[in-house]
Structures are given as structure tokens and as C-alpha cells.
Design a protein around this ligand. Structure first.
Ligand SMILES: Cc1cc2nc3c(=O)[nH]c(=O)nc-3n(C[C@H](O)[C@H](O)[C@H](O)COP(=O)(O)O)c2cc1C
Length: 222
């Protein structure tokens, strides 16, 4: 790598002026999930986003060491935000030791982000099975083939495992739900809606759950 390759862009001068309309307290929905539903609909219809349901899930292990990765949101309702993964993965091991989690939706083309903090719990087996059956056959096999987050020697190892599974469960045959695969539901405790504004004077409105289950809204300085 030459020096020129190392700095392909002038990152310090890369900045956009956000002209989007603001977000005010009066227009917010009663619950953060309702507000999320409004923004998600906009993100999914005219947000110019490739995968609006892609979110960054941050976890920390028992010692507080953080890690983050992208996953797909597969369901949300007043109970929380659901994603599916391997229960032996690094993120799932973290959540087993420390259920506090953060979800971040980076909706850059809309100059928006939503940040959820909360507590993750595994979904029930019935809910997991119902979702697993909606996945394409290949993705169902992929869930079996991958011991997610473990070190493997070569690409051929995983391709071989997949080919074996494809012979055992040809297209059209029902694939059982892997025992170490399933969902996490993140019950929100805070949800911040961030709207980029001009001159870096962004709007940030954060819902925080009260002990009686109702929500307090506060404005944060950008
Ligand atoms: C756009 C995108 C979507 C992804 N969706 C998922 C997902 O829904 N579930 C999942 O387990 N991994 C998903 N991944 C892979 C994760 O980012 C990650 O590599 C994997 O879950 C292992 O993470 P871990 O070792 O930290 O547990 C996705 C990656 C990208 C880039």
C-alpha cells in the first residue's frame, strides 16, 4: 500500500450540510415504538436506503469489553425489537453474560439515526420456529452450516458442510430449526430519535421508560 492508497479521500473535508426538516416534541408519537414505526415506514419507502432494517447491535461481555456488528431487524412491536442469530456466536455469548444492548439504525441518506438501549432476551422456540420457516431454504441450511463466530481453516470447510446439508435436505424438504439458533427481543429502555439539521444544530429527542411503563421525552443538546 502506498501513501496515496492510504489516504484516498480528504476525510477531514467530507461533510454534508443537512437541510432536513426538524423533529419537534409536539409531533412525537406517544410511545417510542410508534415513533419508530413512523420513521421506519419513511425509511423503507422513500429513504433511499438499501436495507433500512440493518442495525448495528452493540454488546459488552462480563468485563465490559464492547463489540458491534450489523444484523437485520426482523420484527418490532411494543414488546421490543427482534433479530435472529446463532446462540453460540460472540454476540449471544455476550448477551448471556450481560443482557444490556444498544441498537443503532444508521439512516444516513435521511440524515437520521435511531439509537435504542435496552435488555435482550431470547425469543420463545415457537416464535423462532415460525420465523425460521419463512426463511429461504438456502438460508435455513446456512444457519445449520455455520458455527458462527468460530475460527475455521478454509472456505472449503463451510462450503463442504453446506453441500452435505443440501444433500440431506433437498429443496422442498423441511429443515429443522437448529437448536443453537434463534431470536433476541430487545425491550427498549431508552430510544433516541436524531434528525440532522443545519449548522450541526441537530434535533435529538430521547424517550426514557418510567417505572410505571410510561415514557418521558427529553431533548438533548446536539
Ligand atoms: C447487512 C448485514 C446484515 C446482517 N444480518 C445478520 C443477522 O440478521 N443475524 C446475524 O447473526 N448476523 C448478521 N450479519 C452478520 C453479522 O454482522 C456478524 O458478522 C455475525 O452475526 C457474527 O457476529 P458476532 O461474531 O459478533 O456474534 C449481518 C451482516 C450484515 C453486513
Amino acid at each position: 500500500m502506498t501513501d496515496r492508497d492510504a489516504v484516498p479521500f480528504d476525510l477531514a473535508s467530507m461533510r454534508k450540510q443537512y437541510r432536513a426538516e426538524g423533529l419537534s416534541e409536539t409531533e412525537l408519537a406517544a410511545t417510542p415504538v410508534e415513533q419508530f414505526a413512523r420513521w421506519f415506514k419513511q425509511a423503507a419507502t422513500d429513504g433511499g436506503l438499501f436495507e433500512p432494517n440493518a442495525m448495528v447491535v452493540s454488546t459488552a461481555d462480563a468485563e465490559g469489553r464492547p463489540s458491534a456488528r450489523t444484523v437485520l431487524l426482523k420484527h418490532f412491536d411494543e414488546q421490543g425489537f427482534v433479530f435472529y442469530t446463532n446462540y453460540d456466536s460472540r454476540k449471544a455469548r455476550d448477551l448471556g453474560e450481560n443482557p444490556y444492548v444498544s441498537l443503532l439504525f444508521p439512516w444516513h441518506p435521511m440524515a437520521r439515526q435511531v439509537i435504542v438501549t435496552g435488555v435482550a432476551r431470547r425469543t420463545g422456540r415457537d416464535e423462532t420456529a415460525a420465523y425460521f420457516r419463512t426463511r429461504p431454504h438456502g438460508s435455513q441450511l446456512g444457519a445449520w452450516a455455520s458455527a458462527q463466530s468460530s475460527v475455521i481453516a478454509t472456505r472449503a470447510d463451510i462450503d463442504g458442510a453446506y453441500a452435505e446439508l443440501a444433500t440431506r435436505y433437498p429443496e422442498g424438504e423441511q429443515v429443522p430449526v437448529p437448536p443453537n439458533w434463534g431470536g433476541f427481543r430487545v425491550a427498549p429502555q431508552t430510544v433516541e430519535f436524531w434528525q440532522g439539521r443545519e449548522n450541526r444544530l441537530h434535533d435529538r429527542l430521547r424517550y426514557t421508560e418510567r417505572s410505571d411503563g410510561s415514557w418521558r421525552v427529553e431533548r438533548l443538546s446536539p
